[in-house]
Design a protein around this ligand. Structure first.
Ligand code: URA
Length: 273
């Protein structure tokens, strides 16, 4: 968390921001979240979870000594209760709806609290996410983690998903046909999670979820709506890594989200604890 604030402080040219610590309001928030988790069942029990959902390993490099048999058995499908996020994730892991399934190592269904108040939606998995089968685990993911912490959430309290669940080769943006083949999964996830606020990371997410054509410079910082849910578009963390000066605006967007969720926003000009 400190690093994100440190970077912000730099960006704001030494305008100090108070780092939110585990103060009374944070403790209350945590308590509220854990109460919520206790009173709402997190997930219906699985009927069977026969096969492991462990991510597929990369193929060995040509010429290297094979450590395992070359032909891989297809991973058997886990039997889960239909209508749950885990069931949807298992369906995504076996999805062959578009050509991205040919080049992926692992599909990346999304992860987080099924009862999250806050949902983040990115564009699509990159190389790290493809290797691990988890969203936002690379460099952009590390920055997203700091943004989440700065907003007084833990990563496991929010839900993180993408427009497309499989990596577009060479990290290109998803094609319209790929997004069209995949968007139904995201729509179901949103319907199941029912977050209070959605943060869209980057123009691609806004384009495919909200059918907006404007660039992120125009869209960011304005409340939009998806299916009755308030949506805040902001810069993608990968962009923020390249364009440090945009962190100031991103933080303004995230503060709007905090206010909407009733989370105290740290006052400027206070020393970090
Ligand atoms: N960028 C995205 O949009 N999504 C990820 O999961 C990782 C990087």
């Amino acid at each position: 968390m400190t690093e994100f604030f440190d970077q912000l402080i730099e960006t704001l040219q030494n305008e100090a921001l108070r780092r939110p610590g585990m103060n009374a309001s944070q403790a209350t928030l945590n308590e509220l979240f854990s109460e919520r988790k206790q009173t709402v069942p997190r997930e219906l029990p699985a009927v069977h979870a026969a096969a492991s959902a462990a991510p597929r390993a990369p193929e060995p490099m040509p010429g290297s000594s094979p450590a395992a048999p070359a032909a891989q058995e297809p991973t058997p499908r886990r039997q889960l209760v239909p209508g749950t996020l885990e069931h949807l994730a298992e369906t995504v892991r076996h999805c062959r709806n578009c050509p991205l399934c040919e080049t992926r190592l692992n599909a990346v269904p999304g992860e987080g609290n099924p009862h999250a108040r806050l949902m983040f939606i990115g564009e699509g998995p990159g190389a790290d996410e493809d290797r691990q089968g988890r969203p936002f685990v690379g460099a952009a993911g590390q920055l997203l983690d700091k943004m989440i912490l700065a907003m007084q959430f833990r990563r496991e309290e929010v839900y993180i998903a993408n427009i497309v669940k499989c990596r577009p080769p060479r990290n290109r943006a998803p094609m319209p046909e790929e997004a069209a083949a995949c968007i139904g999964y995201l729509e179901h996830q949103i319907r199941m999670i029912k977050p209070e606020v959605i943060v869209l990371l980057g123009a691609t997410a806004a384009h495919f979820l909200l059918k907006r054509e404007e660039g992120i410079m125009r869209l960011r910082g304005r409340w939009l709506e998806y299916d009755g849910i308030p949506v805040m578009p902001t810069f993608h963390p990968a962009f923020l890594l390249r364009q440090e000066s945009a962190k100031r605006e991103a933080w303004e967007d995230l503060k709007q989200v905090m206010r909407r969720l009733g989370i105290p926003v740290p006052a400027p000009g206070r020393t970090a604890r």
